[in-house]
Design a protein around this ligand. Structure first.
Ligand code: PGA
Length: 251
């Protein structure tokens, strides 16, 4: 059985004051035990969030990590090994904001993916099509290409210790959510694609949906058979809303 996961991507949000408030709110939530819950703060606040959530059933991940797993001379970067040392469990790889705004290539992302796994971080590999690609009927081709970039280089078995997040770019931060059926269709196609290569990995890997998930649409999305939880942006900045989404993922 795949354990449902709800992950909160805080992106480049937060001040010392707002992060302290968010930590307080998260500590007081009533959270389901059967859901794995994680938050991804700005790297500036990771240490503080890990300390603040020490007794809460919430894990912490990073939004990015360096292409080398060990610490060294790489100005401005944070290595996976450092993140593990700080207490991080996960790292986002290939979020569309990094692919599209910062121009991160599959080659760079592959190096980050490998460096993360080498240090014991679980990569959350983000994939998804733009509106233009969806309208051109290229959705499945695009996500397949993004996944194959990893599989062709490292083999499918590396996905046994990763999480995949399908996030249609047109649904991120726009208030437009994929319908549960639209999301399910892509998730099912991803799982089928993986199953051709390794059925066991396909059955075991968690596929999260991301893109304007909120408490009001979470139950419906999470009830689809191939949606194993969500990657939540905007709504994860409000502790009560995030708590409600986590409960929607519980049984
Ligand atoms: P959103 O962001 O929930 O604000 O749409 C999702 C994401 O980018 O992970």
């Amino acid at each position: 059985m795949r354990r449902t996961m709800v992950a909160g991507n805080w992106k480049m949000h937060g001040t010392r004051a707002s992060v302290a408030e968010l930590i307080d709110g998260l500590r007081n939530l009533n959270l389901p035990k059967d859901v794995e819950i994680a938050v991804f703060p700005s790297e500036l606040f990771i240490d503080r969030v890990i300390n603040g959530l020490e007794d809460a059933p919430i894990l912490v991940g990073a939004q990015d990590a360096a292409i080398e797993s060990k610490q060294g001379a790489l100005t401005g970067e944070i290595s996976p090994e450092q993140l593990v040392g700080a207490g991080c469990k996960f790292v986002l790889i290939g979020h569309s904001e990094r692919r599209l705004i910062l121009g991160e290539s599959n080659e760079t992302l592959n190096r980050k993916f490998a460096a993360a796994q080498a240090s014991g971080l679980t990569p959350v590999l983000c994939i998804g099509e733009t509106l233009e690609q969806r309208e051109a009927g290229q959705t499945l081709e695009v996500v397949e290409r993004q996944l194959n970039a990893v599989i062709d280089e490292f083999g499918i078995d590396v996905l046994a210790s990763a999480v995949i997040a399908y996030e249609p770019v047109w649904a991120i931060g726009t208030g437009l959510t994929a319908t549960p059926q639209q999301a399910q269709d892509v998730h099912a196609a991803i799982r089928a694609q993986l199953a051709q290569k390794n059925p066991e990995v396909a059955q075991g890997v968690r596929l999260l949906y991301g893109g304007s998930v909120k408490a009001a649409n979470a139950v419906e999305l999470f009830s689809m058979p191939d949606i194993d939880g969500g990657l939540i942006g905007g709504a994860s900045l409000n502790a009560d809303e995030f708590g409600a989404i986590c409960r929607a993922a519980g049984n």
